[in-house]
Write a protein that binds this ligand. Structure first.
Ligand code: ASP
Length: 323
């Protein structure tokens, strides 16, 4: 018997979920009329030049978990994603995970994973704004950057990389429907930049990348997604009508994230019915509709913690209500 005394090769795992990065169009100039989620993650990896260099000697394992346009992302897919991330990250030889994903709900998936996957290893989501069949697709570079980032010794927790910028799961938000650099971390700024195949972390960035594991994280892995509580987002706006709140409550909503105007103010037409909803057991969380800043001082409803946007606050409230 031959005994091979070699250091165990470490792995990077790439999980495919679809999106424009895996999209195909009928012509090279078609940037909008394409179909997302057509090509396998293996196909995407095969199309990346210089892949081996960015892997720095790590092995690659890939799995196709879904093939979705992320506008249609659902809780069942989130659960599978969280379970597979947990499975892989528990293995000592796995250094981290890259996830290919559509841009539309990327920030929600990133925040969900940040809240439920118990690890300090990096999970890097990446995407594209142009389909793989475009004359100059952005997916291959983003994927290459994601592989470089996941192998970086300082990388940890859930991050997004797109158009050369690294964002935290907490701060990232899609801010543009078309341009290649479609994401922003708002006033927090990016965690770092990808430059010539290297990571430049923002030295001024004192924020911990680290974990905001939700107290109910474990439940998200085991409670069937069909049984997760229904939590909706309600925007306060001119001409608000109480019937919207009443209809949601009558239909069985369990939690409402109220996106208030300005510093968390809510149209008077909503306030009475929201009070009634709360008395009937509906959980309420308040966020601001504003894209920057967070609610300051006293408010009529309980503000969401961390100054999250409405869609991430919805994820957190849903996890709060899991049982
Ligand atoms: N609708 C696409 C998606 O989110 C958009 C994209 O990926 O850029 O899957």
């Amino acid at each position: 018997m031959q005994v091979v005394a070699s250091k165990k090769i470490q792995k990077v795992v790439v999980l495919g979920t679809g999106g424009t990065i895996a999209g195909t169009g009928s012509s090279v100039s078609d940037h909008t009329g394409y179909t997302a989620g057509q090509l396998s993650v293996q196909h995407l990896l095969d199309a990346v030049p210089g892949l081996q260099d960015s892997l720095q000697g790590h092995d690659l394992v890939c799995e196709q978990l879904a093939q979705l346009d992320s506008k249609d992302m659902d809780h069942a897919t989130w659960q599978v994603l969280a379970q597979r991330c947990t499975h892989w990250l528990e293995q000592a030889d796995v250094v981290g995970i890259v996830i290919t994903h559509g841009t539309d709900t990327l920030e929600e998936t990133a925040w969900f994973l940040q809240q439920v996957v118990d690890t300090h290893k990096p999970v890097v989501l990446t995407c594209a704004m142009r389909p793989a069949t475009a004359l100059a697709p952005d997916g291959p570079q983003n994927l290459l950057d994601a592989l470089t980032l996941v192998c970086d010794p300082q990388a940890q927790a859930v991050m997004v990389v797109c158009a050369g910028r690294i964002h935290s799961a907490r701060d990232v938000q899609k801010v543009h429907p078309y341009r290649l650099d479609a994401f922003s971390s708002g006033e927090a700024g990016p965690l770092g930049f990808m430059e010539q195949g290297r990571v430049r972390w923002c030295a001024s960035n004192a924020r911990p990348m680290g974990h905001a594991l939700h107290a109910q994280a474990r439940l998200a892995l085991v409670v069937p997604a069909a049984d997760w509580p229904w939590v909706a987002v309600l925007h306060s706006h001119a001409g608000a009508d109480a019937r919207q709140v009443k209809a949601l409550v009558a239909a069985g909503v369990k939690g409402l994230v109220v996106a208030g105007t300005g510093n968390g103010t809510v149209h008077h037409a909503f306030l009475t019915s929201l009070g009634q909803a709360q008395a009937q057991g509906v959980a309420l969380r308040l966020v601001s509709r504003c894209t920057e800043g967070q609610i300051v001082g006293q408010t009529e409803l309980q503000p969401s913690t961390l100054g999250l946007n409405a869609f991430k606050a919805r994820v957190s409230l849903m996890l709060d209500l899991l049982e």
